[in-house]
Design a binder for this molecule. Structure first.
Ligand code: MHQ
Length: 264
């Protein structure tokens, strides 16, 4: 598998083993998830804020719009795959993730990595002008016109807008991303019980920080966002099937191997 190298099991590193359960506290769990998010987040929020004024100009937008459908799909598939690779790194440092079987790690990433990319995309979103940081500048929906999937782009931008409205802190985004990924209800899990234990600890961590931030009412809103994420991902899969039927050669030979492994 391209996805990751398996790590040997070490009970001392397992936050759910008898050794460490009583030692590790919830603050430590949250701190490692937040650290992992920070170290794999591609761009820091302050960095993005400083770049807010950098918009694509008319000629640059024109250049994206005059790309062929398959050229633009390939381009976005590469960008999306880069973002997924950072999410894989993030996952590996969620306490408990590496103690799952390799098959279960892959099953969680197959269904969850795209969802986490979309959660993270809201950090790159400017609600003032509905643009997202893409290829070094802020891009509106018109930049993605030649993908020929306007409904998906609109839905993705709406989702980012809705996430921004929640005004989450980086810590809340980190814990929410971990919760999106570690979901015991995903299909094809070998050891559902083990995933459930990790999921409960992450849930507990998120509850803990929301309580600390005096924002417990966010929990309900976050679970509503999860339902939207599911529908966005099935729309993405639907568009990919449409694209692969039309442009089988591009989909087969020019898409990144990891993109094919995850979504094909
Ligand atoms: C970047 C920021 C970024 C910006 C835009 C064609 C295809 C593979 C899928 C994001 C359908 C389109 C894109 C906007 C759709 C899923 C596209 C539309 C990381 C990548 C990311 C998040 C792009 C990912 C792919 C998105 C969501 O730093």
């Amino acid at each position: 598998h391209d996805l990751m190298a398996i790590h040997p099991y070490n009970p001392l590193e397992d936050p759910y083993s008898l050794y460490s359960h009583s030692l590790r506290n919830i603050d430590e769990l949250c701190a490692s998830i937040v650290r992992s998010h920070r170290e794999t987040s591609q761009y820091r929020v302050e960095e993005l804020h400083a770049l807010r004024w950098k918009l694509f100009n008319r000629e640059e937008i024109q250049a994206y719009q005059s790309k062929s459908v398959d050229e633009m799909w390939q381009h976005c598939a590469i960008r999306l795959t880069e973002a997924v690779q950072y999410v894989v790194e993030f996952a590996k440092h969620i306490p408990g993730f590496r103690m799952l079987s390799q098959n279960d790690q892959i099953a969680l990433l197959k269904t969850g990595s795209m969802e986490v990319v979309l959660v993270r995309m809201s950090r790159l979103f400017n609600t003032e002008n509905n643009t997202v940081f893409f290829d070094g500048k802020f891009a509106g929906t018109e930049v993605f016109k030649s993908l020929a999937c306007g409904d998906l782009i609109t839905a993705v931008f709406d989702f980012a807008h809705g996430m921004c409205a929640l005004k989450l802190t980086e810590q809340q985004i980190a814990l929410f991303s971990a919760l999106v990924l570690i979901n015991a209800d995903r299909p094809c899990l070998e050891d559902k019980g083990r995933v459930q234990r990790v999921q409960r600890s992450v849930e507990f961590g998120l509850t803990h920080i929301l309580h600390r931030d005096n924002q417990e009412s966010l929990m309900h809103k976050l679970y509503q966002r999860v339902a939207v994420l599911r529908s966005l991902c099935s729309l993405h899969m639907e568009k990919l099937r449409w694209f692969s039927q039309r442009y089988p050669l591009t989909a087969h030979s020019l898409f990144p191997p990891l993109y094919k492994e995850l979504f094909a």
